[in-house]
Design a protein around this ligand. Structure first.
Ligand SMILES: [Zn+2]
Length: 189
């Protein structure tokens, strides 16, 4: 084998390693920045829900440096031309801005106000728990707009999915619900 061939193989090897390294960076960037996030809008100082253009950030990470831009914001389309200064909050702490993590942290350790079951971490495959509003109506947290959640968490109380479904059934079909007093324990002779 000639020296030139060895050089060519070495160059190809380095090129392939660099390609794999950049591809891993791109994939990590994509998974790290996808998902709905909550930020405090620098203009209104209110919570807004945003999505990062994770695909673009991944492509940029593959080619050079990941640059973040928004793909969606709850203030769009009215403020689509804003400077996107809220991106600094996401860059500083991408995990804690994720709506899923915010919701999971809020529920974790709390008890359902109806059955007193303690909530653990939320799992994507589980039924979504609910919230009890001040008028004693329950709602699934996913039915609310993400940017509403910080205010809702201040006024609503946690309800597990089972109790939410029971309460919803009671509200929708009151004629089918029979309230029974708990039976006294039977005494065996
Ligand atoms: Zn419950």
């Amino acid at each position: 084998m000639t020296g030139t061939l060895w050089v060519a193989i070495a160059v190809l090897g380095i090129g392939a390693a660099l390609f794999v390294y950049r591809a891993i960076l791109g994939v990590e960037t994509y998974f790290g920045y996808r998902g709905k996030r909550l930020v405090t809008c620098p203009e209104t100082h209110k919570a807004e829900a945003v999505d990062i253009a994770a695909g673009k950030a991944a492509a940029n990470a593959f080619l050079s440096e990941p640059t973040l831009r928004l793909k969606q914001c709850s203030r769009w389309p009215e403020r689509q031309d804003c400077g996107q200064e809220c991106l600094q909050q996401i860059e500083a702490d991408p995990e804690n801005c994720l709506v899923w993590n915010i919701v999971s942290q809020w529920y974790e350790g709390k008890k359902c106000v109806i059955c007193h079951k303690t909530f653990g971490k939320l799992h994507h495959l589980d039924h979504a728990p609910g919230l009890l509003d001040p008028d004693h109506k329950t709602v699934e947290w996913r039915e609310l707009r993400p940017e509403q959640l910080p205010e809702v968490f201040a006024t609503h109380r946690p309800v597990c999915w089972d109790c939410h479904v029971t309460e919803m059934f009671r509200r929708l079909y009151p004629e089918l619900v029979v309230e029974r007093e708990p039976e006294p324990k039977r005494i065996r002779c």
